[in-house]
Design a protein around this ligand. Structure first.
Ligand code: SAM
Length: 242
């Protein structure tokens, strides 16, 4: 099938977002996010570039992952920080209680805090974090939800903090790349999950760098990186926090 990549395909609804999605396939999808993120999301680079330097200047680094899904990124950061001797408090937030239930049951000693809530509830509670991040969430959001998440991220982050929302950048090349990378795994590692089908829909739903720039408030930046990644970012006052 041929798709037009000039516009976001907002009618492409991911199977995992269906409240009646098959529970076994959904669980397997959460379980496979780690593999997918290891291939596509560069969690090690995020840790080295953004998390570790901040942890070195903070007594107890507070991290919020919005739309954490299976929370593999949270667990990865928890284990890296612990390995390097840093203290941290990591919150995995998701609006979908199925994701939070799965993630909580698979914490494996990481010590992450799991919360089923919207960002607005955290803002109302007056919570703040040193790092607010998300991965593969922006494309789930419509324009109004995106504005809410951007505004709430800013309210939730400390003055010296960092916001990093990372996602796929939409293009035909990204679609073909994802199709190619996941094709050999479709009947093995990714079988009985929504990863391949939802991923292809995600690319079609994703923003481009130029589209996201329209949403970026003053002081924020949007940058793309190869292959097919983008980051919406806000960097606070670099003064040490704690
Ligand atoms: C594709 S998954 C990504 C999961 C994880 N961040 C990862 O990289 O593997 C997107 C997740 O975002 C959650 N989500 C979507 N909109 C949200 C919102 N407004 N607030 C919190 N979570 C949201 C969904 O429930 C889903 O679990």
């Amino acid at each position: 099938m041929k798709f037009d990549f000039r516009e976001r395909d907002v009618d492409a609804i991911e199977l995992m977002d269906d409240p009646h999605a098959d529970a076994r396939m959904l669980a397997r999808t959460y379980g496979r996010f780690g593999l997918l993120n290891a291939l596509l999301s560069h969690p090690g680079r995020l840790y080295r570039r953004d998390i570790r330097p901040r942890a070195a200047h903070t007594q107890r680094l507070r991290i919020l992952d919005i739309g954490a899904g299976g929370a593999d990124l949270c667990r990865f950061l928890a284990w890296r920080l612990r390995r390097d001797g840093f203290d941290a408090e990591i919150t995995a937030l998701d609006a979908d209680e199925r994701a939070i239930r799965w993630a909580q049951a698979h914490d494996r000693g990481a010590g992450v805090t799991y919360r089923c809530a919207m960002t607005t509830e955290l803002v109302a509670a007056g919570e703040t974090y040193d790092v607010v991040l998300s991965n593969h969430v922006l494309h789930h959001l419509d324009r109004a939800q995106l504005r809410t998440v951007i505004g709430d991220s800013r309210r939730l982050v400390a003055a010296s903090g960092l916001i990093s929302h990372q996602d796929i950048a939409r293009s035909r090349a990204a679609y073909l790349l994802y199709a190619g990378v996941t094709w050999p795994l479709a009947r093995t590692a990714l079988a009985d999950s929504f990863i391949r089908e939802d991923g292809l829909m995600s690319v079609r739903r994703s923003y481009t760098v130029a589209e996201l720039q329209e949403f970026a408030p003053p002081g924020w930046s949007v940058r793309g990186s190869i292959p097919a990644r983008l980051e919406l970012r806000w960097n606070g006052d670099p003064a040490p926090i704690g």
